[in-house]
Write a protein that binds this ligand. Structure first.
Ligand code: SAM
Length: 231
């Protein structure tokens, strides 16, 4: 899968993908990270990529021409604009997008981008939460990370995807590691006895309790008649 980041700040993006799991995925050719700077495409003689808003308004906008030309230079790709106005990104989106071959993220800066770029070039718009970031790079990197770990071969142990939060509409059960007692607090005793059907039943129960406590919105959908259990 090739990911293109259309960004004025490529140095914010490349280091993140050069280390750890995604660094290895790049080295082994499972993913490719490509940064494209709209400044390289501007026709403005002063290399400007931003303008004041027509009709007034505080701040600057990224201009349409450098962005559209940068996108067009990529060829066949699925274009995503990161914006607070977008649909909230979720795990189902990550899995769906992991099946594509080429994705481009437009990372907005200033007060965003000229709306005509969205109308003419963008396939999907996503938000990563109800807050405002300085720019779209962090949001785009979050999507790229979440999509990448759903590409076959990227995770060392693909089974770990099956039990993760959101997989079955619930959060992952609480997890413990050694020592068995930490600061006087023991792990649940059933976890130490090796009976996996009891451990799984307990984990399922704990996952439901955790979901009900931390994400009552998810818990409500579990109870909806439209919810289909997968495991
Ligand atoms: N004026 C814009 C508004 O009120 O919607 C916010 C612009 S923000 C300062 C600059 C850029 O950061 C946006 O164009 C977008 O690409 C990105 N951004 C900020 N918050 C975001 C969020 N919650 N999700 C996705 N992208 C975000």
């Amino acid at each position: 899968m090739k990911f293109n980041f259309i960004t004025l700040f490529p140095n914010l993006v490349t280091p993140y993908f050069s280390d750890s799991i995604l660094g290895r995925a790049q080295t082994s050719g499972l993913i490719e990270i490509n940064c494209i700077n709209p400044r390289d495409f501007t026709q403005n003689k002063h290399k400007k990529v931003d303008e004041y808003m027509i009709g007034g308004g505080a701040g600057l906008l990224m201009s349409a021409q450098p962005l559209c030309d940068a996108i067009d230079s990529i060829g066949q790709t699925h274009v995503i604009y990161l914006t607070p106005a977008g649909k909230k990104f979720n795990q189902n989106d990550a899995k769906r997008l992991a099946k594509l071959e080429n994705i481009s993220f437009i990372c907005g800066r200033y007060e965003g981008i000229d709306e005509r770029v969205i109308e003419s070039r963008v396939n999907e718009v996503f938000c990563i939460g109800d807050f405002i970031l300085t720019g779209g790079e962090l949001a785009a990197m979050s999507l790229c990370d979440a999509i990448s770990r759903n590409i076959a071969g990227v995770l060392g142990n693909a089974n770990s995807l099956d039990i993760e939060s959101f997989e079955n509409g619930i959060l992952e059960a609480p997890s413990f590691t050694k020592p068995n007692i930490f600061n006087g607090s023991p792990v649940p005793s059933a976890f130490l006895k090796g009976n996996h059907s009891i451990i799984n039943a307990l984990k399922n129960h704990m996952a439901l309790c955790k979901t009900r406590f931390f994400r009552p919105d998810l818990y409500q959908t579990l109870k909806s008649p439209n919810f289909k259990e997968k495991r």
